[in-house]
Write a protein that binds this ligand. Structure first.
Ligand code: PA5
Length: 445
């Protein structure tokens, strides 16, 4: 049984009649999406991706992953935003947040090029000393500054270590099939290259080579991920909103937004889910946050954040909704023994599994937060595995697209991201930005 919506904890906040009232808009969004008539309709490749993908390239991904596993202690994954978050989310969720510290027969994986911080990069460089390394540089546009800068540094490292020809066998590029500086460099140097379909945008690209190569290197079954996504593609393909949980989720969050809620927190009780929540935040934030609209996506890991954000959630401004990931079966459990001395007073927990304590925290928190005025949408996930991951990725992607169309924005562009880039380029003196430079420097004085 895949991801399922439990709407019991929004009852005091929305009536069924209010939810039903938005169904025609959700149905219209479904029609627009599936007929390809909406805004950004040249970026709908993700919709059929789980069944309609390049099988030859899929085999090359597996072969490259096998080679990296054989000849490398470390894989450096260079990318930012949609070219990074999905792979990291999958590895942390399906393997472990402590992946690099596990006893394993797969390489350590470090993510670079997702910031411009020299200390961060220096630390990865020093970890690489004396190790065999491969690089997977990922950039759809092939021009993004952060990954381009990190790639320059790691490429030089590899060329020094293995020689220019030796380095070629250790550099894997994932980029646009035809365009961009990175693609040009790959062609010139003869690096093995994987293509990102033109009609799949960055934040919708985890099920392409963007996500699949690093995920496969981590020893995760990418066939099972694609199967899970294909199940979601099939099951979530109808516009019966009352039975399509993906659409009902989109309906409910839009209703709550219209009633004045401003922030959606994606909450889980699994530390391994933290990066998945980062992926979710990018997906919804970049897709919906435009034209002065959109729920602000945020996240929390409980019970950790109950001791930091819990106070605000319970009693702060009533602008929040929580979407709670209720993961039914933990990957492992821990039995709590009886302690004859009971010095810590915890014997009331003896004979329980720790997962039961975590579950009671979830139940108690949902009750407390809803009573405190925070609607809780619950998404029930039976367990964490590759199939469920693939299903969940597709579920959120589709919910996001439907939600964006219901909001009447283009869910597939991100024009706002350009503003900081222009300023940064101008301040750095990039040719073509001369006039802006003087203007911005005057403002900074
Ligand atoms: O969703 C998007 O398109 C963006 O977040 C991109 O993924 C991000 O900016 C990285 O871009 P690129 O892959 O072109 O380097």
């Amino acid at each position: 049984m895949p991801l399922k919506l439990n709407a019991n904890y929004i009852k005091g906040f929305l009536t069924e009649a209010e939810i039903n009232a938005i169904y025609p808009e959700i149905k219209a969004a479904h029609k627009t999406l599936h007929e390809g008539t909406g805004k950004g309709n040249d970026f709908l490749g993700w919709l059929n991706l789980p069944t309609d993908y390049d099988k030859e390239e899929f085999c090359r991904i597996k072969a490259a992953a096998a080679k990296i596993k054989k000849d490398s202690d470390i894989l450096i994954v260079i990318g930012i935003g949609g070219s990074y978050l999905g792979a990291r989310a999958a590895i942390e969720l399906l393997r472990s947040p402590f992946y690099n510290n596990l006893k394993k027969d797969t390489p350590d994986i470090f993510f670079a090029g997702n910031n411009i911080n020299p200390t961060y990069l220096n630390e990865i460089l020093s970890i690489c000393e004396g190790k065999d390394i491969s690089i997977n540089v990922i950039s759809k546009s092939g021009t993004t500054t952060e990954p381009a800068l990190a790639f320059r540094i790691f490429r030089e490292l590899l060329e020094k270590k293995y020689g220019v020809d030796g380095a070629k066998g250790r550099i894997y590029c994932t980029t646009d099939k035809a365009r961009g500086t990175l693609k040009q460099l790959c062609n010139e140097q003869g690096y093995e290259t994987f293509g990102i379909p033109d009609d799949v945008g960055g934040r919708f690209s985890v099920l392409t080579a963007v996500g699949l190569l690093p995920i496969a290197v981590a020893g995760i079954d990418i066939d099972a991920i694609m199967n899970g996504a294909a199940t979601a593609q099939k099951e979530l393909d109808n516009d019966d909103v009352s039975s399509n949980d993906c659409y009902r989720y989109a309906a409910i969050r839009n209703c709550l937004y219209r009633k004045g809620k401003a922030i959606e927190m994606l909450v889980s009780y699994e530390p391994a889910f933290t990066m998945m929540a980062e992926w979710f935040k990018q997906l919804f934030g970049e897709s919906e946050g435009k034209e002065n609209k959109g729920l602000f996506p945020s996240s929390a890991t409980f019970s950790t954040d109950l001791h930091s954000m819990g106070q605000y959630i319970q009693q702060g401004e009533r602008i929040l909704i929580e979407t709670v990931m209720d993961i039914k079966k933990p990957k492992s459990d821990l039995y709590i023994d009886n302690d004859a001395a009971n010095a810590d007073g915890l014997n009331f927990l003896s004979g329980q599994n720790m997962s039961v304590v975590n579950r009671k925290a979830l139940e108690g928190t949902i009750l407390a937060h809803t009573e405190g005025g925070v609607p809780n949408i619950v998404l029930e996930l039976p367990e964490i595995n590759e199939h469920e991951f693939g299903y969940m990725v597709y579920f959120f992607e589709k919910a996001c697209a439907i939600s964006g169309y219901t909001l009447n924005v283009n869910p597939f562009d991100q024009p706002g991201v350009e503003s900081y880039k222009k300023n940064m380029f101008a301040l750095l003196g990039k040719p073509g930005y001369e006039d802006m430079k003087a203007e911005l420097e005057a403002k900074l004085k």
